[in-house]
Design a protein around this ligand. Structure first.
Ligand code: PEP
Ligand code: MG
Length: 584
């Protein structure tokens, strides 16, 4: 028995499910470089050229957004990075050494560029030391790009990825090679990588701190994404227990599958609109299979991961049109790019506080060309009249006014050009910043609908970084301030006549669902994989009881009391075998 707990490390359960597979240690920051010999010098030189071009492309992608905004001093950092990539002396040196020494280009790049960083690191000037990180970044970027083509074949299928930190793009890239699970040292429950794991239906445990030091390549690993446990080299008994759980889960899934064509309706007849969040385009089939009543959030910023450059008007139009056609007659809410924060930008903008920085609507309003192209694509894809448009990170009325002004300009351009679109397209905003929550009535009266983004709302309301595992215990969705704020948003939003829904992760938390419905929400948008379970929960509840439950929660002042009350309620009202997996 002793042995059975010694090999378990515990972290944060970020995406449910159980996976058993071999470990693949993914070290992102530092590429391991060997001085392997090469035979084909021309091919190596060509690989270097391609990698340099690709690295420049990535840097320019951010440049095109950032250069006006960051001011000369900070923009100069990127200038310097691109200049290094263009430095004729460096490039000539690299090429000459590859030709003479006949070593793989990544080794030559590592060796040559490290000379610069060593000199800078030795300096007493803090500024020089700081810059050496930028040079290190470039070095890693070039090496990664040299290896890009080989990268996918290097990682085996069906492994559990163990890494210190997972970026959203890593999560998507790995899913393409059928990764079975994710285990990370850092990261929180609502980091975008965790959200993506849930969307991709891949079990994940994050914030383990010691995963990369305790786990070795090829170790057999069990990821228990229900409890946040990771078992390293399990015993025969542990394997047996978990294999039985996997079998039970499959039974559970098929049981839930039988609910497919039934409505998400409470026992006393209240219908809840249950929609899906769309994070990656290949989720579409999965969403349709799970019979969502529509798509309540398209995270369009994900397109940046799928296309190399900013997706142009035609590319975006095709993506949006395809979604609208496939989900028809259901509706789809397309959210304009929420770039910034912990999302998408391929290089660090060196913002001191990215979550409080240039993100979402702020960045779009500052880049009207980019914004307009996206709006045009959305409008052009709206001719089936099932498309709605939504703006992220709204924190003031003037941002709504400015966004609507830009939207109107694009409408008029399309009308003039006689391009068809839905002239009555519904417009909405995310409520995810406390200022928007406080002013829900005024904000909601400017639009047709609002959608509550609890992932950000909780982080900004409680001052707890959503992606930081060190403070993850303080990220409390049942904090009385959160519950009362939600109550305020829902009641004020409804008074103003706007439709109110929720697309943050809280909507997919089984313990939160009774409360949310009791507070009056009539529409929830969750990851497609969560739809059957949430439907089952809704179908086991009485709306009239839930209103009393919500009122009881609203007078409590301690998050533990609310948490306990909701767990008790769930356990006594929802029969679900999922309970067998939690707390084991
Ligand atoms: C949210 O903040 O709750 C939300 C849905 O938006 P995102 O997670 O994309 O920031
Ligand atoms: Mg958000």
């Amino acid at each position: 028995m002793e042995h059975q707990t010694q090999n378990i490390i515990k972290g944060i359960a970020a995406a449910p499910g159980i996976a058993i597979a071999n470990a693949f240690i993914y070290t992102k920051e530092k590429e391991i470089v060997n001085d392997d010999p090469i035979v084909d010098v021309d091919e190596a030189l060509q690989n270097l050229e391609i990698a340099l071009t690709q690295s420049k492309k990535e840097l320019r992608k951010v440049f095109s957004l950032a250069v006006d905004k960051l001011g000369e001093k900070r923009a100069a950092i990127f200038d310097a990075q691109i200049m290094i990539l263009d430095d004729p002396i460096l490039i000539a040196n690299l090429k000459e050494r590859i030709t003479k020494e006949k070593k793989v280009p990544e080794f030559i790049v590592e060796d040559e560029i490290s000379k610069y960083t060593r000199i800078m690191n030795a300096s007493n000037e803090p500024y020089m030391k700081e810059r050496s990180h930028d040079i290190e970044d470039i070095k890693n970027r070039i090496i990664r790009n040299i290896r890009k083509k080989k990268w996918q074949s290097k990682i085996l299928n069906d492994v559990i990825v163990i890494t210190s930190n997972l970026s959203p793009s890593d999560a998507v890239l790995f899913s393409r090679v059928n990764v079975k699970g994710y285990v990370t040292d850092f990261g929180g429950l609502t980091s975008h990588a965790a959200i993506l794991s849930r969307s991709l239906n891949i079990p994940a445990v994050v914030g383990l701190h010691e995963a990369t030091s305790k786990i070795k390549n090829d170790d057999l690993i069990i990821v228990d994404g229900f409890n946040g446990h990771v078992v390293i080299n399990p015993s025969i008994e542990q394997l047996k227990v978990y294999r039985q759980k996997i079998e039970k889960l499959a039974q559970h899934d098929s049981e839930l599958g039988q609910l497919k064509n039934l409505p998400a309706q409470t026992l006393d007849g209240r219908d809840i609109k249950l929609m899906a969040n769309l994070d990656v385009s290949n989720e579409m089939e999965f969403i349709i299979q799970n019979c969502a009543n529509g798509i309540g959030l398209v995270r369009t910023e994900q397109l940046f991961e799928e296309y190399e450059e900013f997706p142009d008007e035609d590319q975006q139009y095709n993506v949006y049109k395809n979604i609208s056609e496939k989900i028809y007659p259901g509706e789809v809410i397309i959210r304009t790019f929420d770039i910034g924060g912990d999302k998408v930008l391929p290089v660090d903008l060196h913002e001191p506080n990215p979550m409080l920085g240039w993100r979402g609507i702020r960045l779009l309003i500052d880049n009207p060309d980019l914004f307009k192209i996206q709006i045009r694509s959305i409008l052009k894809a709206s001719s089936l009249k099932n498309v709605k448009i939504m703006f992220p990170m709204i924190s003031s009325v003037s941002e709504i006014e400015e966004s609507k002004k830009i939207l109107n300009e694009v409408r008029n351009e399309l009308k003039d050009a006689k391009i068809p679109f839905d002239t009555n397209i519904k417009v909405g905003i995310m409520i995810e910043v406390p200022s928007a929550a406080v002013m829900t009535k005024e904000f909601a009266s400017q639009v047709d609908f609002i959608s509550i983004g609890t992932n950000d709302l909780i982080q900004y309301l409680l001052a707890v970084d959503r992606g930081n595992d060190i403070v993850s215990k303080l990220y409390q969705e049942f904090h009385p301030a959160v519950i009362r704020t939600l109550n305020h948003i829902i009641s004020e939003g409804k008074k103003s006549g706007a439709l109110v829904s929720m697309c943050g992760e809280m909507a997919a938390d089984p313990f939160a669902v009774p409360l949310l419905i009791g507070l009056g929400l009539d529409s929830l948008s969750v990851s497609a994989s969560a739809i059957p379970l949430i439907k089952k929960i809704i179908r086991s509840l009485h709306f009239s009881d839930l209103q009393s439950l919500a009122n009881e929660c609203l007078i409590l002042t301690n998050e533990n009391e609310i948490n306990e009350k909701l767990h008790k309620y769930f356990n006594s009202h929802v029969q679900d075998i999922i309970k067998n997996f939690i707390g084991s």
